[in-house]
Design a binder for this molecule. Structure first.
Ligand code: ZN
Ligand code: ZN
Length: 255
């Protein structure tokens, strides 16, 4: 049984620092592999508080889409937990090169705890058991090196569009039957360009790809105030495709 669990659905500074939503990232169980994407602050606590409990010692991979704090706050403690304090040299850590360069987010002494470190690069493909993981395109509009992800080989193909400003053609890189979209903003700001997707961008992407199920997450304050579940329902009706807003702790089973 494949499934996806949202340990957290917070995006952007205020929602994370005030913990209006938790920032624990996404745990996925796909094709027999346990994968944690973007372990923000509080991830370990939310794994252990989860019912049933999620055991970090079972993780096969930790993936950072980019080095921003809301995606990496708990990466070091999660590496420790995955490897049981290095008793078990196991798991793969995927991250862009700049996560290890100046201002590194992964502590040097932890770098040899996982079995392997894979540097995410544009168009790179990785095989994790039966699961193929690809980073199809670099999200150049986000200040740091950032990648979305595609997962193939499980019950359903899954795409994650991580933080980015919208760019022409982004849809074509993420064909997953399940589409996870990081939608921080309700609307574009009138006076400045923000390097995040807004709800209009999400609509454009969903309309182009028409995935079997779209899951919105990584909400900033403007999205939260407008009740993401209502926004998702309205989008579903308008586009006649299934769109759902993620909640903290929500689990989706992939039949
Ligand atoms: Zn973010
Ligand atoms: Zn970011």
């Amino acid at each position: 049984m494949d499934w996806i669990k949202f340990l957290g659905t917070a995006g952007a500074r205020f929602v994370v620092s005030k913990q209006l939503r938790s920032s624990g990232g996404i745990w996925m169980s796909l094709a027999g592999k346990e994968i944690l994407v973007d372990p923000g602050p509080g991830t370990l606590v939310h794994c252990l508080k989860s019912r049933p409990k999620l055991n970090p010692g079972k993780l096969d991979a930790i993936i950072l889409t980019h080095k921003h704090l809301d995606h990496t706050g708990d990466v070091n403690v999660m590496i420790e937990a995955m490897t049981e304090g290095r008793l078990q040299k196991r798991g793969v850590l995927f991250a862009p090169a700049d996560a290890f360069e100046n201002d590194p987010v992964v502590l040097s002494y932890l770098k040899d705890y996982p079995e392997k470190i894979e540097i995410l690069k544009e168009k790179s493909e990785y095989q994790l058991g039966d699961l193929k993981i690809t980073a199809p395109v670099k999200h150049i509009h986000h200040g740091v090196e950032c990648y979305g992800l595609n997962f193939e080989g499980g019950r359903k193909s899954v795409s994650i569009i991580a933080d980015t400003r919208y760019f022409e053609g982004i849809e074509s890189f993420y064909p997953g039957e399940i589409l996870i979209l990081y939608v921080v903003l309700l609307q574009p700001f009138p006076d400045r360009v923000i390097d995040h997707l807004n709800l209009g961008d999400a609509e454009r992407i969903i309309e182009a790809n028409r995935p079997g199920l779209t899951l919105l997450t990584h909400f900033g304050l403007t999205m939260l105030r407008s009740k993401p579940w209502k926004l998702a329902e309205a989008l579903s009706k308008k586009l006649k495709v299934k769109v759902q807003a993620a909640r903290d702790g929500m689990e989706i089973k992939l039949e």
